[in-house]
Design a protein around this ligand. Structure first.
Ligand SMILES: Cc1cc2nc3c(=O)[nH]c(=O)nc-3n(C[C@H](O)[C@H](O)[C@H](O)COP(=O)(O)OP(=O)(O)OC[C@H]3O[C@@H](n4cnc5c(N)ncnc54)[C@H](O)[C@@H]3O)c2cc1C
Length: 827
């Protein structure tokens, strides 16, 4: 066994994208702890080993395609918790010479020793003994900071910050290329004796590509173009001595391999040194410039689309290379014919790496859940490289634009990117935590993580996204909490803009709460905005907008068919002196009433039993906390789920006395009309989330059918499976467009217009039915796991099915659509 340790260096990958499968890591945690303790006895890394008490967590980062990387949470003997990062070679049959974690360790160690200001993490320990975790691994410090995934930097609004982020990226790479390999002690780090770097690279990656396609199960639609590309690269390859090739190169230097300080925009750490070697710095910077060349829409290699699309603040390719050249103290060859070669070579190398990922995915040992998708990009890369070679550059490739749909606005796009990043950094990872909590005796309490996530969402401006500008204008409270105003008013999106965000939130059943966008609070806030007095808004609306309390809506009653709200029998009787109401009734399906934060109920009952049917109902506010006249009888189960801590309760209101002025909403007799208005946008929000639920189900199913092999081939190769998935896509897109259309019409005309009511009703019929049917088919494709707690499908199905009833059953909405059409046809 050989162990190397060092305390002068540390690496810190960002916290994002940690997967949730830490449960399966118990064995590894034990072995690792045992190993580290043993090492201490043998006098290995004494400082590190001696201070470790337990390993709390070992959970895998999903980001990155190559070496599996884990966040290691360690409790030290002094009781503090410390985060580290563990990176290891993947298991299974891997291509020779790839995934050398030992080399990663070596280069970062050398850089930190000789150039302490160069941003690499501190290396802690290298273990080359495969018996501990199955393959060699190393441990480094965890660095907290921000990773920007998108080259366009949509989350950054100020142009000067974009400029700074790019300048710092170019300067850091330039600095790396200026270092002397002899001084670093890395002269033997690359195979510099055997020909030019470019020749070696071409040979090596062509060899890797060939090896990656030996498995007959691997499809190779790119092969013909790869061969043409290789022929061109071979003919144009710089000869020995024609290129600079004695520098340390990173090999995969891209924006999303850098951790930034969000305040100073300095680079805190350069990650993922797996491909580093001694080689040609021009090739390294050309690879770094690929976002200027790649087509739009590639999830794993996001780009600017084409070089004309570089956003304001981001330098052009030429400007970027100038900054790099100054710091590398090397000539800038951007735009020359040599440059074209390096760009094409970089794409070829990218293609070969992706082909390796594809091969590992087919063989079943890829390190990332996204590995299969990366594999499908092989052809895109090969073709793009050939276009560069033949046509001379990206800007000559026509860019196809899709216009005229309901695509997100610029403002919405910025929030959407932020929301997606937040979901992948915090929300998907927390699913298991909440699922586990929901099975414990503590489940009727709020998990502290929820409040923590809410704080984070507020800090990112992802708060009250549902609140349209016209509703926000109805807030009567003035500067109630000074600086909080911007927060409680939200970013002022239209329903159409919000639709894109709600769809994203719908992918995880409880995610909307994190952004203060969940039912029934949004509907209740809308009621308080439209019908609440200034005093009611101050007392109840403000804490709801700030996420300090929660609420419920008590309309449905077990005794009567509540889809017809005129049936409601609960009573709101006025006291003889006319200042108080006495509220009585048995309600059920009062969602949220079990939540310990539920402070207020909007209660619907009759203030009179005579007169026009639609004017007998009123709505009053009933305080819930410590109100002994309100009895939560039981939580109802939805297909066995109690949805704790939210819950759908049966509640008895037993002679509850409330003040008329404090509690009445609008006026007596307005209850029915308020209910109709409340449910307009609320129904639409449900539909937007339902589309997200269906899309999430499809996403997990795509991964499943590609990897699950039955009767000798992946499920995805059965024509009936393709048939099912094709139909699902058609239906989901239909429901999505109907929802976006309804949001658009609601924005334009308001809920009182019959066209808006019809559009909302139509998507309230379509979305839950499509979601149910799509999730049902996904469950079928999943097999047994689909109905279990190991996939999200069962819970998603239960949620989607209830929405064919909740907020009005399908039949009632169908009637609405048909009646409006019939009325129109008479005109
Ligand atoms: C998970 C969940 C959460 C809920 N949350 C809340 C909440 O927070 N607050 C609240 O007040 N309520 C809530 N509800 C209740 C929900 O709004 C009602 O269940 C719904 O309005 C239907 O009322 P009902 O159950 O009394 O069914 P009924 O009115 O008895 O209707 C039963 C069935 O009759 C048929 N039907 C009804 N009307 C027609 C018609 N015109 N033509 C043809 N067929 C018809 C439909 O098939 C319908 O499903 C929730 C329900 C669920 C399942």
């Amino acid at each position: 066994m050989s162990v190397r340790t060092d305390f002068a260096t540390v690496e810190v990958p960002n916290d994002s994208h940690v997967q949730k499968n830490e449960n399966n890591m118990e064995r590894e945690k034990k072995r690792l702890l045992h190993y580290l303790r043993q090492e201490r006895k043998r006098g290995g890394d004494e400082e590190f080993g001696r201070r470790i008490k337990t390993i709390q967590k070992l959970s895998q980062f999903s980001h990155g395609q190559s070496n599996p990387t884990y966040k290691l949470l360690v409790e030290m003997t002094d009781g503090t918790l410390k985060s580290y990062v563990l990176r290891k070679k993947p298991g299974g049959n891997i291509l020779s010479s790839a995934h050398a974690v030992e080399r990663e360790f070596q280069v970062q160690l050398a850089l930190k020793r000789k150039h302490p200001n160069f941003p690499v993490p501190r290396m802690i320990l290298l273990c080359e003994d495969s018996s501990i975790l199955g393959t060699p691994f190393y441990i480094m410090d965890f660095v907290q900071g921000t990773i920007y995934l998108q080259p366009k930097l949509p989350v950054i609004t100020r142009e000067e910050r974009k400029t700074r982020i790019y300048e710092n990226m170019a300067k850091t790479l330039g600095a790396l290329h200026s270092f002397d390999i002899r001084e670093l002690g890395l002269t033997s780090f690359g195979n510099i004796s055997s020909g030019s770097y470019s020749r070696r690279t071409l040979k090596r990656w062509f060899g890797q590509y060939e090896k990656s396609i030996t498995n007959k199960l691997v499809e190779t639609p790119e092969k013909e173009v790869v061969m043409k590309l290789v022929a061109w690269l071979d003919a144009n390859c710089p000869k020995d001595g024609e290129e600079v090739s004695d520098r340390i190169i990173h090999g995969d230097y891209r924006l999303d391999n850098l951790i930034y300080d969000e305040r100073s925009d300095d680079v805190l750490a350069v990650l993922d040194w797996e491909l580093s070697t001694v080689g040609c710095p021009h090739a390294d910077v050309a690879y770094n410039c690929l976002p200027y060349y790649l087509p739009p829409g590639l999830e794993f290699y996001p780009s600017f689309g084409d070089s004309n699309q570089v956003p304001a603040g981001v330098p052009t390719e030429k400007q970027y290379c100038n900054i790099w050249a100054q710091h590398a103290r090397l000539p800038n060859i951007c735009g020359s014919s040599k440059w074209k070669f390096y760009v094409a070579l970089s794409m070829f190398r990218g293609m070969a790496i992706l082909a390796g990922v594809r091969a590992r995915a087919v063989a079943g040992n890829a390190s990332s859940r996204n590995a299969r998708q990366a594999g499908s990009l092989v052809e895109v890369f090969a073709k793009r490289a050939y276009v560069v070679v033949v046509q001379g550059g990206a800007s000559k490739v026509p860019r196809q634009e899709i216009k005229g749909g309901y695509e997100p606005s610029e403002k919405c796009m910025v929030l959407l990117e932020k929301l997606r990043a937040f979901m992948s950094e915090h929300v998907y990872d927390a699913e298991e935590v909440f699922e586990r909590h929901a099975t414990t005796n503590e489940r009727w309490s709020v998990h502290p993580l929820m409040e923590e996530l809410k704080k984070k969402a507020k800090a990112k401006g992802l708060w009250n996204l549902w609140l349209p500008l016209d509703s926000a204008a109805l807030i009567k409270i003035k500067n109630a909490r000074g600086n909080d105003e911007a927060l409680y008013k939200g970013p002022g999106l239209t329903n159409l803009e919000y639709a894109h965000l709600a769809r994203e939130m719908g992918k995880v059943p409880w995610a909307s709460e994190i952004f203060n966008c969940s039912a029934p609070d949004t509907g209740n806030m809308e009621v308080l905005l439209r019908y609440g007095t200034k005093e009611q808004q101050e007392r109840w609306l403000l804490p709801l907008l700030m996420g300090d309390i929660r609420s419920c809506f008590a309309m449905t009653e077990p005794a009567v068919a509540s889809s017809d709200a005129t049936n409601i029998e609960s009573s709101i009787a006025k006291s003889t002196n006319g200042t108080q109401y006495v509220v009585n009734g048995r309600k059920w399906w009062t969602s949220g009433a079990c939540d310990p934060r539920c402070a207020i109920a909007i209660f619907m009952g009759k203030t009179k039993t005579t007169g026009p049917q639609h004017e007998q109902q009123s709505m009053v506010l009933v305080p819930m906390l410590n109100n002994h006249k309100v009895k939560v009888v039981r939580p109802l189960l939805v297909f066995g789920y109690d949805d704790a801590p939210h819950g759908h309760a049966e509640v008895i209101f037993d002679n509850v006395v409330v003040d008329v002025k404090e509690s009445l909403l609008a006026r007596e007799g307005a209850g029915f009309a308020i209910a109709q208005g409340r449910l307009g946008p609320g129904r639409l929000h449900h539909c937007m989330r339902l589309v997200g639920m269906a899309e999430r189900s499809l996403d997990v199913t795509y991964a499943r059918v590609k990897s699950r092999v039955a009767f000798g081939k992946p499920l995805s190769e059965n024509s009936n499976v393709l048939n099912v998935l094709g139909n699902c896509r058609v239906e989901v897109d239909g429901a999505r467009l109907l929802t976006l259309y309804a949001a658009h019409v609601l924005d334009q005309l308001g809920i009182k217009d019959s066209r808006a009511r019809s559009a909302v009703a139509a998507c309230k019929i379509s979305a839950p039915n499509v979601a149910c049917s799509v999730i049902d088919r996904c469950i079928q494709l999943f097999g047994g796991e689909g109905v279990s707690q190991d996939s999200p499908l069962a819970r998603l199905y239960a949620g989607a099915r209830t929405l064919r009833i909740a907020d009005g059953p399908d039949e009632v909405h169908l009637e609405t659509v048909a009646k409006i059409d019939l009325r129109r046809s008479k005109l």
